[in-house]
Design a binder for this molecule. Structure first.
Ligand code: PAN
Ligand code: ZN
Length: 191
């Protein structure tokens, strides 16, 4: 008889999003070099010796496994490169599937876009739950002064397509202008 997969628990620290049983994946500025719109500002920061941690992801499943749900937390630090707020890389899923995020700390904007050119932007704060339908690339942006922390869940066999976003960019940028958060069109976006 086939052995069933053993049920398990993890411990999420809701004050900081960390999960004690899991080693986080870290994403520093150098990993997002080609994603920020002001490349000169990125180079200037890196060449001054700074390479800030932009976000960490704690994932229950690595590698991805069919039939399971992957879940975990993302901790996106506050900060900006030039006028643009820190964000996650953003991706499409290789195998189209939905995803749920619940935010429990911080303030942000969730950016979504389809390969047809449709876009959506959702404000985020503690208590916001977002359903990302299949087909929508997604990125979160931290527009607050503290970490933006969320818990996510999606098909563990979905896979991530980062290359489409690296090629096209996101249609919208989230920037600070005149001390206000603004969502503007990305002049370098192309489908
Ligand atoms: C999340 C993201 C996580 C980091 O787990 O992977 O927030 O964002 P990037 O993967 O875009 O760097 C998710 O959406 N998984 O599918
Ligand atoms: Zn995803």
């Amino acid at each position: 008889m086939a052995k069933y997969f053993n049920p398990f628990t993890i411990s999420v620290d809701y004050s900081n999003g960390k999960i004690s049983e899991i080693a986080p994946i870290q994403c520093h500025l150098v990993d997002l070099k080609s994603h920020f719109s002001d490349r000169k500002a990125v180079e200037k920061t890196l060449s001054s010796g700074l390479n800030p941690l932009i976000y960490e992801v704690y994932e229950a499943f690595q590698p991805f496994m069919s039939g399971h749900l992957n879940f975990g937390t993302t901790i996106l630090n506050p900060g900006k490169i030039a006028k643009e707020y820190f964000f996650t890389k953003g991706h499409h899923h290789v195998r189209d599937c939905g995803e749920i995020y619940t935010f429990f700390k911080g303030k942000g904007i969730f950016l979504l876009q389809t390969k047809n050119g449709e876009t959506a932007e959702m404000p985020l704060k503690a208590g916001t739950t977002i359903y990302v339908p299949p087909g929508w690339a997604h990125r979160m942006v931290n527009v607050g002064k503290e970490e933006l922390i969320s818990i996510f869940c999606y098909d563990a066999a979905a896979g991530h397509d980062y290359s489409s976003i690296e090629r096209t960019g996101f249609a919208k940028l989230v920037v600070e202008r005149n001390r206000k958060t603004q969502i503007i069109d990305n002049p370098n976006f192309s489908i």
